[in-house]
Design a protein around this ligand. Structure first.
Ligand SMILES: [Fe+2]
Length: 482
């Protein structure tokens, strides 16, 4: 896919270096004047070859259904996204926002849309009248809540059929049966659209583009090539988190394991196979995660760790001990996609630029950084905590033990920050994450934040008590009260 040309992961840099090295002998045999031309041509050929052999990103695109597509595009522009493609159909207007390999499809239902008009009955069969169109509100009289609802996966050709069949068997629903769409100029896309029926309004478009050379999907007009400079240092999607009702996360995980062949992923050593990772102590959260790997030879699961793997996380409130963030999301949205984490190669650079673009982030209390400064394991990492504090970036250490060889342990940590909700309601938000050897989700940060909020409250209380005492003392000594 040509969009890989704009965003080169670290591993491909090594591959290109290797490819150039292999041709050194031939380069040396050339006359001096031919060198630069030869190297440039060779570099370009090798670059295109290496990039075209790399797997597509696991997530083809993420779709949101909104009341005002242009307004949502403007909100995404603050995160560095640009308008890339568009499409107008009878039922909706669609804009594609792109940042490197990350594509958001923004769908706005047409004002004249009539409920259920995207499908019609032909004989015994229900047929979709538009390819690739799904609306969160396609059966409703009106669009109700702006939502991120479609995680479109890039899959192998056979998986379009296999996963669709498995979803049917496990109580899901086929919205669009496996279908081929051919565009004269660019070839054929094979796809289906399925609904899980286990976690709110989430649907998945399963897409195979093996026989397609276009830049997005058939029917979309490319309006801007979005030359990508990678100034923002965003290199892809790291994970996606689904919020579900209390007691439901086990069912959601089973569904994705059985239908998509995803593997359970152990978030930390406390993550129990059956119960997930429970964070109580005033947080009231249960997390379960799964890993998805695109290049599997059999099914979708793959045990090798690679930067192209993707985590799907399911979060719920503990029964009798609810988590206010999850509950707030559920109150406004019901179950569904709560946040998407974008992976950064340099979170300080990313956040600094996004703040200049007026992106609003959640700020941790000052006490959070005081706790970090007093933590020996954190200080061993040698990071500039003042800089992290300046940008409100959280830091989670996974550097718990010595390595197996008994040597000094590898420094494993991650840094993350959460933006304020993208829409007007407190629902979907974007996270920025940078990993250095760490594979978790920053669960240590959740507890550290709770502790720091308590500490901050304690300090505020002490301040106000001190103030009251001062006023009381003053009231006894001030001549005004004599
Ligand atoms: Fe996250």
């Amino acid at each position: 896919m040509s969009y890989l040309e704009f965003n080169m992961p670290m591993s491909s840099t090594c591959l290109i270096a290797y490819a150039l090295h292999a041709d050194t002998k031939r380069v040396l045999a050339l006359g001096q004047g031919d060198w630069s031309l030869y190297i440039m041509r060779l570099f370009r050929l090798r670059l295109v070859k290496v990039l075209s052999e790399m797997p597509d990103p696991v997530i083809h695109h993420i779709e949101m259904c909104v009341f005002d597509a242009q307004d949502t595009l403007n909100r995404l522009k603050k995160f560095g996204f640009n308008l890339f493609a568009k499409r107008q159909t009878a039922s909706c207007q669609q804009l594609v926002a792109r940042l490197g390999t990350v594509f958001y499809l923004i769908t706005e239902r047409s004002l004249h849309y009539k409920p259920n008009s995207i499908s019609k009955n032909v004989g015994d069969e229900t047929v979709r009248t538009e390819s690739f169109t799904t609306l969160c509100c396609e059966e409703s009289p009106a669009h109700e809540v702006d939502t991120v609802f479609n995680l479109a996966f890039s899959v192998k050709k056979g998986d379009v059929i296999d996963i669709s069949e498995r979803i049917c068997t496990h109580g899901g629903q086929i919205i669009q049966a496996p279908t081929e769409i051919t565009e004269e100029k660019n070839g054929t896309v094979f796809f289906s659209i399925v609904k899980s029926n286990c976690c709110g309004n989430i649907v998945h478009t399963l897409i195979n583009t093996d026989d397609y050379n276009g830049e997005f999907l058939p029917g979309f007009e490319i309006v801007n090539q979005c030359e990508f400079s990678n100034d923002l240092k965003i290199c892809g999607i790291d994970h996606c988190t689904l919020a579900c009702y209390s007691g439901n996360s086990g069912k959601v995980v089973s569904f994705y394991e059985e239908c998509f062949g995803m593997n359970r992923f152990q978030i930390t050593s406390n993550d129990d196979e059956n119960n997930g990772l429970i964070i109580s102590d005033g947080v009231g959260l249960r997390l379960r995660a799964m890993e998805y790997w695109r290049c599997a030879e059999t099914g979708l699961s793959y045990k090798n760790k690679n930067e192209n793997s993707f985590l799907l996380v399911v979060v719920e409130s503990l029964q009798g001990q609810t988590n206010c963030n999850v509950e707030e999301f559920l109150r406004h949205h019901k179950e569904g996609i709560e946040h998407i984490a974008l992976r950064s190669q340099s979170i300080v650079e990313t956040v600094s630029k996004l703040k200049n673009n007026a992106v609003d982030f959640r700020n941790p209390p000052r006490a959070y950084y005081d706790e970090l400064r007093n933590n020996l394991k954190i200080s061993r990492l040698g990071l500039d905590l003042d800089l992290l504090s300046q940008f409100g970036i959280l830091l989670d250490n996974e550097d718990d033990s010595a390595d197996e060889s008994g040597g000094s342990p590898e420094k494993k940590y991650l840094m993350q920050i959460f933006a304020k909700p993208l829409f007007d309601l407190k629902t979907f938000f974007i996270e920025i994450i940078q990993r250095s050897g760490a594979r978790g989700l920053g669960s240590g940060n959740i507890l550290a934040l709770v502790r720091s909020i308590r500490e901050e409250e304690r300090r505020n209380m002490m301040k106000s008590e001190a103030k009251t005492q001062e006023i009381t003392k003053e009231s006894f000594t001030s001549p005004r009260h004599c």
